[in-house]
Design a protein around this ligand. Structure first.
Ligand code: GLN
Length: 294
């Protein structure tokens, strides 16, 4: 507590970039947090990249920036993710509004979206994104394929508000949002692509997770029952009814869930061929299921 007091008493008005960062690093280190978050926060607030910050290190940090920076450092000290502090996160080189009602986009998800993009045919397609959260998957696909019709659902009204904000920001006119618990509100519709990055963490994994995730990211976006498998079970039971004959289902999953998920697909979607893909770290991460042609 005294440390925070020292920081707030500090005459921030007269700090240059170098000293502001030094002070923030020290504070975060003392609290066993991640000092590199301070660097990232300052880069985002100032608009300077790493090299520019070096070049400007002796300049006094402007008042509005240093006040936001100080506030941000205090919040980092309480484990708040830097993306919630900033109010946005990057996904596929674009910024998306995020808040405590939405998962922070992960890099692994970019790889799945990239795969959907490279698999896409020249024809216009209909796409369903289940559990859209901040809308990152749906909006990226909508921007890449302006001729496609994209429906994105989420059980959380609050998440959908964020997704709509992001869609408005990118002025997409081919993505529609609907509140729905999985397929519940989707009647008699079929899609060429269904994609989902569902909550897949089991409750007992909590103990090995970063406090910033546990304390700030929404439980609704993180955890699934049955060891995190609940949504694979529920989606595979009905997905065939919602897919066109040549349709594909893409799902992200946890790095240790491949064999259980393979079993779920064998049981519930036996006519589908399932391909598993690894992420950039070499972990099994997402799958594509497509009906085998007879
Ligand atoms: N589809 C969003 C994402 O991939 C949200 C996923 C979630 O909340 N589980 O980030």
């Amino acid at each position: 507590m005294t440390k925070l007091k020292n920081w707030s008493k500090f005459k921030v008005e007269r700090l240059n970039y170098s000293n502001a960062l030094k002070r923030a690093f020290l504070m975060l280190k003392q609290q066993n947090k991640y000092p590199e978050d301070a660097q990232y926060l300052m880069e985002e607030l100032s608009g300077f990249n790493y090299t520019q910050l070096q070049l400007h290190r002796n300049e006094i940090v402007p008042g509005d920036i240093i006040h936001k920076f100080r506030d941000g450092i205090v919040r980092l000290g309480m484990d708040e993710p830097v993306q919630y502090i900033l109010g946005y996160a990057y996904f596929m080189d674009k910024t998306f509004t995020v808040n405590e009602n939405t998962l922070i986009p992960r890099q692994e998800t970019e790889e799945m979206v990239q795969r959907i993009i490279s698999d896409h045919s020249n024809k216009k397609q209909s796409i369903l994104d289940i559990g859209t959260g901040s809308g990152i998957i749906a909006i990226n696909l909508a921007l890449t394929f302006p001729g496609d019709d994209i429906l994105a659902t989420d059980i959380s009204e609050d998440a959908l508000k964020v997704a709509q904000l992001n869609a408005d920001n990118y002025q997409t006119n081919n993505v529609f949002f609907k509140q729905s618990d999985l397929f519940k509100e989707i009647n008699n519709e079929r899609f060429d692509v269904i994609v989902s990055n569902p909550p897949y963490i089991s409750l007992d994994e909590k103990k090995i997770m970063d406090p910033s995730v546990i304390k700030y990211e929404p439980d609704l976006a993180l955890y699934g029952d049955n060891n995190g498998l609940e949504f694979y079970q529920d989606i595979t039971k009905v997905a065939d009814q919602y897919l066109n004959i040549d349709g594909s289902l893409y799902m992200e999953f946890g790095y240790h869930q491949k064999s259980e998920i393979k079993q779920i697909f064998d049981d519930n979607m036996p006519k589908y061929q399932v391909k598993f893909y690894k992420d950039i770290n070499g972990n099994d991460r997402y799958l594509k299921a497509k009906k085998e042609r007879v």
